[in-house]
Design a protein around this ligand. Structure first.
Ligand code: BMA
Length: 332
């Protein structure tokens, strides 16, 4: 049993898991058999990473970012019995509009999946005359319905909350430019119907004492509801002579007003160290997009992209991360 309670969660006893190694003093530890996808994972794709998994039926399903052999990123569906070994379609997801007409996206990347009641909402980086937030849903992972883009360009890293708060759907986003954005803070928007979005609020920004999140930040997996607040895992970026370095951090947001930050990790939780994180198509990237959380034990499996090449897994618990963020707290 965890000290901090998971609210509105489900028990996932079969989720991927490894206990913390005895010699590990870090709050997050990697899966010993990382990475879980390799180069050229399907005939038409070169790299699958920055992807999201959710429990479904007696196993797991996922929406995957797949860079094709022409270099373009697309979204693919996959399924798995154990959350580690994935059977990923070689075909792209065929989005339709609400009348069933094909509504294909020209590219799609960095998907997140939020289950609200019996609907799985998918957000991703979409082409809407430039990078913007894409939004769609499915109930069965067979029919995927695309909704209007929730925001004008340019905006990325759209992440929905897993339930309505004060009777409104909530989404965090990171307004950006159309390139490799050299800035970026996190904002919160609300909607009565998932179509009309407004009442935008600032949540948290880049910067702080440390340099790991000095250039830009963006939220990652769908927030985890806990007895202490919304646990949000995010990425922070620093700039170096050799380009951006992407690390992972966490924040705790107020349950009723998630624009209020209660705690935030002054140190990163994970930074590129392993060869599969430091070497690849884009070196030095760890980019979390999803978690599986076991409500009973508070165990968390974090799916993250490594070096824009591999999918990888890391583990922690809600207690470990919240204790760490209280010890090394910096709200700015
Ligand atoms: C961001 C996104 C991510 C990617 C990262 C590092 O702008 O495009 O998909 O992992 O850059 O290249």
């Amino acid at each position: 049993m965890s000290k901090v309670k998971i609210i509105n969660g489900q028990n996932i006893p079969n989720m991927p898991w490894e206990d913390k190694p005895k010699n590990c003093s870090e709050p997050v530890w990697r899966y010993s058999k990382n990475p879980i996808t390799d180069w050229n994972p399907t005939p038409s794709t070169a790299r699958i990473y920055n992807s999201s998994a959710v429990p479904f039926g007696d196993g797991f399903v996922g929406v995957f970012r797949a860079d094709h052999k022409n270099g373009r990123a697309q979204l693919h569906f996959g399924k798995s019995k154990d959350g580690i070994h994935w059977d990923i379609d070689d075909e792209v997801i065929k989005w339709v509009d609400e009348n069933g007409n094909l509504n294909l996206n020209s590219y799609g990347y960095d998907p997140r999946v939020a289950k609200i009641d019996d609907i799985y909402y998918i957000t991703w980086c979409d082409d809407f005359k430039g990078a913007s937030v894409g939004l769609g849903y499915t109930k069965d992972f067979k029919t995927f319905i695309k909704l209007p883009n929730p925001f004008v360009p340019y905006n990325r890293n759209g992440v929905m909350f897993p339930r309505k708060v004060n009777n409104k759907y909530l989404m965090m986003t990171r307004p950006s430019d159309s390139g490799h954005t050299p800035f970026g803070d996190v904002f919160l928007s609300e909607s009565p119907d998932t179509i009309h979005w407004g009442n935008h609020k600032f949540v948290m920004g880049k910067g702080g004492q440390g340099w790991w999140q000095g250039t830009k930040i963006g939220t990652g997996p769908v927030p985890i509801e806990t007895s202490e607040g919304w646990l949000v895992i995010y990425h922070g970026v620093s700039n170096t002579c050799n380009g951006f370095v992407y690390s992972m951090g966490a924040a705790l947001l107020d349950i009723d007003d998630p624009s209020k930050v209660l705690y935030r990790t002054a140190n990163y939780l994970l930074t590129p160290e392993k060869e599969y994180e430091t070497t690849g198509f884009v070196p030095n990237v760890v980019f979390p997009c999803a978690t599986l959380v076991d409500a009973e034990t508070g165990r968390i499996a974090i799916y993250y992209g490594a070096a824009d090449t591999y999918s990888a897994l890391a583990f922690s618990t809600v207690d470990e991360i919240i204790d760490y963020m209280k010890k090394y707290n910096e709200v700015f």
